[in-house]
Write a protein that binds this ligand. Structure first.
Ligand code: 5AD
Length: 319
């Protein structure tokens, strides 16, 4: 089913969204079944040369202790997650040129040879780098567009443009990556129209995955005094995307869980079918602070086992 801009806007403005939530759940079941995909995230570097107005890793944040994991450390962490049962690894970092095309390529090769699917999430790089990593075996790439409003994009990302971002996403898609984008809920000037534009952009980019999370203020950013995004609007956006593009992979985002645990759980019955879990080594965990969050550290295996129980308790199948 195609949902047009006006329909998205009127759905978002509807006094009662219950029927859309139900429809999203039914469409999720029909299109992608009851499996919830577990993804292990390794946050391998918190260095970032960008200065995004919302993100705690921004280069102006001098109070943050920076770290970089060695390639061997990333590989052994990936292998541990793999042996704990994860089938997909997401390698995420700030925008950090320390990791060259070859270094990332070698990590991807090493991990894919263990039989795990590798998703990269290392920001804007050249088409040549994206192509090289694809050849090394990377299957998916995550690069959220963050906002479909080009003026707001330029305000939030000094020195960068939405069109550059979209060129990267188009290149990624063309190279045959499963392509992930997404946006934040609660950015300045948000309204039903801007959310509709974000959803339509995902469709236009022909995204295979999308992460929708509420904005959470971080004290070491320009947006420190801006209000956090709504958890209900986040859920509504996820549901509408499921209705618009039933086959997409849609996580219940970590940011949603940080804002509200119940809303996070509920998201799985409102369209979500993916759960992402940090497996970053304990000593780095608290340093990858995009937004303030409580850090809980458990053994990778135990944590995965309890996630599986959680998913089963929702009547779903962990994978
Ligand atoms: N609040 C919520 N989400 C954030 N992100 C970055 N900073 C914040 C914040 N303060 C999200 C962005 C980015 C992803 C890694 O985390 O969408 O793409």
């Amino acid at each position: 089913m195609r949902v047009c801009r006006e329909e998205i806007i009127s759905a978002l403005n509807a006094p009662d969204f219950t029927e859309y939530f139900k429809k999203a759940d039914a469409m999720r079941r029909e299109a992608v079944g009851d499996i919830v995909h577990l993804r292990a995230i390794i946050e391998f570097s918190n260095h970032c040369f960008r200065n995004c107005a919302y993100c705690g890793l921004n280069c102006k944040n001098k109070s943050l202790k920076r770290y970089r994991m060695e390639p061997e450390e990333i590989i052994s962490c990936g292998k541990e997650a793999c042996s704990a049962g994860y089938k997909t690894l997401v390698l995420q970092s700030g925008e950090d040129k320390f990791y060259t095309k070859e270094i990332i390529g070698q990590i991807v090769q090493e991990l894919t040879s263990c039989g795990v699917t590798v998703t990269l999430s290392c920001g804007e790089r050249t088409d040549d780098e994206y192509a090289y990593w694809r050849d090394c075996g990377a299957k998916r790439y995550l690069l959220k567009h963050e906002t479909a409003d080009s003026n707001l994009y330029a305000d939030l990302h000094p020195g960068y443009t939405l069109s550059e971002r979209l060129s990267c996403l188009e290149a990624i898609k063309k190279l045959g990556y499963e392509t992930g984008s997404g946006f934040m809920i609660g950015l300045p000037g948000e309204c039903a129209e801007s959310i509709a534009d974000n959803i339509i952009l995902l469709d236009k980019l022909d995204c295979d995955m999308a992460g929708i999370g509420p904005f959470i203020p971080h004290p070491e950013t320009e947006m420190r005094n801006h209000k956090a995004g709504s958890v209900t609007i986040t859920q509504k956006a996820v549901s509408l995307i499921r209705i618009l593009r039933p086959h997409m992979n849609l996580p219940a985002t970590t940011a949603l869980g940080v804002r509200n645990k119940e809303a996070y759980t509920e998201a799985f019955s409102r369209g979500a079918n993916v759960l992402m879990k940090k497996v970053t080594p304990a000593k780095y965990r608290s340093l990858y602070e995009i937004y303030p969050t409580e850090i809980k550290i458990a053994d990778i295996r135990d944590e995965r086992a309890s996630l599986c129980e959680f998913i089963k308790s929702l009547g779903r199948i962990p994978e």
